[in-house]
Design a protein around this ligand. Structure first.
Ligand code: PEP
Ligand code: MG
Length: 324
């Protein structure tokens, strides 16, 4: 199997009829870098910056962060590295910054925390941009966006940080900025959001949780948590349709992108990039290289009208068998 992965590594992710799709990885630890390159990732689609924050006992300083981010940017250079600003709250806690709430998933989370703590946000943005000096392969992504104002505010801050660093003579460029689409409100405002940013990435883990009102970590309702729920599939398609004239790059970076059947459907919908764990990448590439875009679209067309998540799954299994 490892041998097969090695051959696969340098082959493009291209369907049998020549459609090209980019496969990126999700990372968090610096140890992820080599393994991801090894698996043939074309870039980092989601670097979860909360991971290095979680393994410490206090907030890393701007200088600490610059070093950590530089490793990711250098490790993947010249490929793009998408760094997500701190996404704490919800299920992700920092031991030195406790957040106590009745309903943390609907509470102070992601961009909400950092826009309330500009010192945290600005240190992080400055560290990211400084770390990208001379490399220019940084993209910045904003988590948990639920309205347009959050993006406008964050963009103004990022532009300010960039202007400061230019002024301080760093060799930097204004990074591309994107948003995560993981709150249902953002699905319905995808067009307005797309006009503000360079790229969008669907966080299907949270989007599934919020669309279905099912806690992604609660085993009691785990049976109800389904990425192939018709509402999730239609939301994903709706995003592509809403932004198709806006010139943004579109990706999915939740677990669904690392599931071969999910990946086929996402590709068929019209997403450019899939970002997943390095473990899932070779398998997804092998599957996508083995079908045509036409087959993928046919599958999507068959499952989109179905009413039950189970039916979607069963139909996909059946269609995959027939395609083989
Ligand atoms: C998601 O919500 O799908 C996602 C990729 O982000 P996280 O899992 O870190 O919340
Ligand atoms: Mg998320």
């Amino acid at each position: 199997l490892e041998e097969e992965f090695q051959t696969l590594k340098d082959l493009p992710c291209e369907t049998l009829d020549g459609a090209r799709i980019r496969l990126f990885v999700n990372t968090g630890l610096s140890a992820d870098i080599n393994r991801s390159l090894d698996r043939g990732a074309e870039g980092i689609g989601l670097y979860r910056t909360e991971v290095p924050f979680m393994v410490r006992d206090r907030f890393p300083t701007e200088a600490d962060q610059e070093l950590i981010y530089r490793q990711q940017l250098e490790g993947f250079y010249p490929a793009p590295v998408t760094m997500r600003t701190l996404d704490i709250g919800g299920d992700k806690a920092l031991p030195y910054f406790p957040i106590k709430e009745e309903n943390p998933f609907l509470g102070w989370r992601g961009i909400r925390v950092t826009l309330d703590h500009l010192e945290i946000f600005m240190a992080q943005i400055r560290a990211m941009i400084k770390a990208s000096a001379g490399l220019h392969n940084l993209k910045i992504m904003l988590p948990m966006i639920s309205n347009v104002a959050e993006v406008e505010d964050a963009l103004a801050l990022i532009r300010r940080a960039y202007a400061e660093l230019k002024e301080e003579s760093y060799d930097v460029v204004m990074p591309q900025v994107g948003v995560m689409i993981e709150v249902p409100a953002a699905v319905y405002q995808a067009k307005e959001l797309a006009r503000l940013v360079d790229f969008m990435s669907v966080g299907s883990n949270d989007l599934t949780q919020y669309l279905l009102a099912v806690d992604r970590n609660n085993s009691r309702v785990a049976d109800l948590y389904h990425s192939f729920h018709p509402a999730v599939l239609r939301a994903l398609q709706n995003i592509v349709d809403s932004v198709k004239d806006e010139g943004v790059k579109l990706s999915v970076c939740g677990e669904m992108a690392g599931d071969p059947m999910g990946a086929i459907l996402i590709m068929a919908m019209g997403y450019d990039t899939l970002s997943m764990s390095s473990t899932s990448l070779p398998k997804v590439k092998a599957v996508l290289r083995n079908i045509t875009m036409e087959q993928a679209r046919f599958m999507l067309h068959q499952v989109l009208p179905l009413a039950h998540a189970d039916a979607v799954k069963q139909t996909m299994v059946q269609l995959m068998r027939e395609a083989d």
